[in-house]
Design a protein around this ligand. Structure first.
Ligand SMILES: [Zn+2]
Length: 220
């Protein structure tokens, strides 16, 4: 028994609509994945760019959240890069994203975990191969950032890596109440701080202990 032509046409129409719907849904799904990856996604790390930036399978770059490692030409640049490579290269990573998933350069931004137990961002600070880098105070209410601060405190105490190098100490260090960076007194940024906003620290460890990071210009 064959299906009457009229009915066949209706079936065909329904099938076409169904396929179109599935395609639209699929496209949306793919589009979403491409745009902002879901939290807790896993990616293989294909390349290490420097101490705080990696490239994921698929080509996306990811900047490690909450830390800052030395730039090319600075002390510990190579050590930080090699250390990161030894931890993550070719490994499957779990990424916990920042509130804003991408920075202004379009790079993903997050905490990286290997085998769910190795918190990579923290390992770098624990080895003294980078600085804690907070953007706002409230970040410290998130456990990951808290762990980073604790790791840095210990690294400073033990004079690991960057914290063990000879430096010119100042009699005091200056910060603004509205910023999370601290400076040498002679830094050009200090002149711009309003008197009522000035905070001083007798030793730089006090500033570090609070989670402030050294200015990139005067490099205390
Ligand atoms: Zn400065």
């Amino acid at each position: 028994m064959s299906i009457p032509p009229k009915k066949r046409k209706a079936y065909k129409k329904a099938a076409v609509i169904l396929i179109a719907l599935v395609l639209i849904l699929l496209f949306r799904l793919v589009e979403n994945i491409g745009y902002d990856k879901a939290p807790g996604d896993r990616f293989v790390i294909m390349r290490v760019i420097d101490g705080d930036t990696v490239e994921l399978a698929g080509g996306d770059r990811l900047r490690l959240l909450g830390i800052d490692t030395p730039e090319k030409g600075q002390l510990f640049y190579d050590s930080a890069t090699i250390f990161l490579e030894s931890l993550v290269l070719g490994k499957k990573s779990r990424i916990e994203y920042a509130d804003k998933r991408r920075d202004r350069y379009g790079r993903l931004l997050g905490f990286v975990y290997i085998e769910d137990t190795i918190f990579v961002n923290r390992r770098i600070l624990a080895a003294g191969l980078g600085y804690l880098y907070l953007v706002k105070d409230q970040e410290l209410s998130r456990p990951g950032f808290r762990e980073l601060l604790d790791a840095q405190r210990i690294a400073v105490e033990l004079e690991k890596g960057l914290w063990g190098i000879e430096r010119d100490y100042e009699d005091e260090y200056i910060a603004s109440k509205q910023s999370l960076r601290f400076h040498r007194p002679g830094c050009s940024s200090v002149a711009k701080i309003k008197q009522s906003n000035i905070r001083t620290f007798e030793i730089m460890e006090e500033a570090l202990y609070e989670g402030l990071s050294p200015c990139r210009i005067c490099r205390p």
